[in-house]
Design a protein around this ligand. Structure first.
Ligand code: ZN
Length: 138
């Protein structure tokens, strides 16, 4: 797939990171692409997929944290845009926390890069082997 368009977006203070990324994609009509974010959060929720029990476990981290890395992709699930992103955060002492980005993760400040791709959107379907919603054509 080729890059169709690129957006650099300042994300609003106090917004939920996952929600605002999804909103930005919907607003711009981005149905397939990838993204990255740097900035800082006031608090975060990160998930871990328990492969044995086949469910996401989440943990909340409070206090200001740097977004040292956040990357993800954009595809469709049940016909609507879904952002799947992973995040790496660091605290004042440099300790890092990482995992699957979940809500609520409240921004202090954020700068996002969204790259829209040309072509047919990828559609997520339930996968019996993993219990996850994965790309059908992956
Ligand atoms: Zn994930």
């Amino acid at each position: 797939m080729r890059i169709k368009d690129t957006y650099l977006i300042r994300l609003p203070h106090g917004a939920d990171l996952l929600e605002v990324l999804t909103e930005q994609c919907r607003k711009r009509g981005v149905r397939v692409g990838f993204l990255s974010v740097i900035g800082a959060v006031q608090e975060a929720t990160i998930g871990y997929y328990d492969q044995k029990d086949r469910l996401y476990r989440s943990r909340q981290i409070s206090g200001g944290l740097e977004i040292t890395s956040c990357m993800g992709n954009i595809s469709l699930k049940d016909g609507t845009v879904m952002v799947h992103a992973h995040i790496l955060l660091s605290d004042a002492g440099g300790k890092t926390y990482g995992g699957h980005l979940m809500s609520p993760t409240i921004l202090f400040a954020g700068e996002a890069l969204i790259q829209e791709l040309e072509g047919e959107p990828l559609e997520r379907k339930y996968d019996e082997v993993t219990g996850l919603f994965l790309w059908r054509n992956g």
